[in-house]
Design a protein around this ligand. Structure first.
Ligand SMILES: [Cu+2]
Length: 312
């Protein structure tokens, strides 16, 4: 659990979090107060005006205009307070400041990818500078996902064929949880990531070092991409099939395809499997591999191929 959190919330790490929490507590405790008042009152009056003897009767109760106005006006005022307060917070959350920097977010089964300006990209890890408004432009490649950062109190559906946006301004550095909160299939529970909030300096350094390729040898870079690009959520390398075929001994292996042909796994086949997964489907598997078109760059695909050659 977050050490700065409370029973209901994790720590407040976004400019809007205290507003959201205050409103939540208001809407929580106000009804608790009235619940006690009304049920307590009911019991008290039931006891006070109980039948006290055989021939005693409770006096007839006529209406009381003052009381009726009182219990109409007070709740109306309270509802108005909640409305105005909630609407103001809603507007703040929904209208990104014009100077917000934009990051493209793509949800697909079952990972998130982030594209920054200058061509940098990450998977399942969103890197943002502290104290700067960030606007996320989000869409999905397959089904509906939902992007949720509890520490920032922001959540927004991510849809295919349409953009949604979400903005925040992180107020402290550190790592924060990121979840998909729309059930999106078998790997939904693994669709988790981190938001890494760093200082402005660190962010700019990180951006320049991530815009180009990698300094690692291709096999090692490929091994990192295998984890970083979430291939492992469907492919494992210990010889057992998972959602997709095992990668153990994949290179040079003969594979039966659903179109009836047999193919020997080579560089071109792997590249095609990554970019157009539905074009050639291995017998015994569902055609559910997401396309990595636009997610993986050419040199990253090269690195993955180099890595797959080493998985024996
Ligand atoms: Cu999802």
């Amino acid at each position: 659990m977050d050490p700065n959190g409370t029973l209901f919330f994790p720590g407040q790490s976004y400019t809007i979090a205290s507003d959201v929490d205050a409103l939540f507590y208001f809407v929580l405790y106000l009804p608790i107060f009235f619940f006690i008042l009304v049920t307590g009152g009911s019991f008290f009056f039931a006891w006070k005006y109980r039948r006290k003897g055989k021939d005693t009767f409770t006096p007839g109760i006529a209406n009381h205009t003052g009381l009726e106005i009182f219990w109409t006006v007070i709740p109306t005022i309270l509802v108005f307070i909640i409305f105005v307060w909630g609407f103001k917070t809603y507007l703040t959350m929904n209208v990104p400041p014009s100077n917000a920097m934009e990051i493209k977010v793509t949800g697909q089964k079952w990972f998130w990818s982030f594209n920054y300006k200058d061509g940098a990209s990450t998977t399942n890890e969103l890197v943002v500078p502290v104290n700067e408004p960030v606007n996320l432009l989000m869409s999905s490649k397959d089904v509906i996902h939902s992007f949720f950062i509890p520490g920032f109190r922001v959540k927004m559906d991510v849809l295919p064929n349409r953009y949604t946006t979400l903005w925040f301004e992180a107020t402290e550095t550190g790592e924060f949880d990121l979840f998909c909160t729309e059930y999106c299939g078998k790997g939904h529970s693994e669709m988790i990531g981190k938001v890494k909030v760093v200082t402005e300096d660190e962010y700019n350094k990180w951006l320049t070092s991530n815009s180009g390729g990698s300094d690692l040898p291709p096999e090692q870079w490929g091994a990192e991409l295998f984890k970083g690009k979430a291939c492992f959520s469907c492919h494992i390398i210990d010889g057992n099939p998972s959602v997709g075929p095992t990668f153990k001994g994949i290179f040079g292996r003969e594979e039966k395809l659903t179109n009836g042909s047999t193919i020997k796994v080579d560089e071109n086949y792997i590249r095609k499997s990554i970019l157009e997964p539905q074009a050639e489907v291995v017998v015994g598997f569902q055609p559910i591999m997401p396309t990595y078109q636009g997610v993986l760059k050419d040199d990253e695909i090269d690195a993955l191929i180099a890595y797959l050659k080493t998985v024996k």
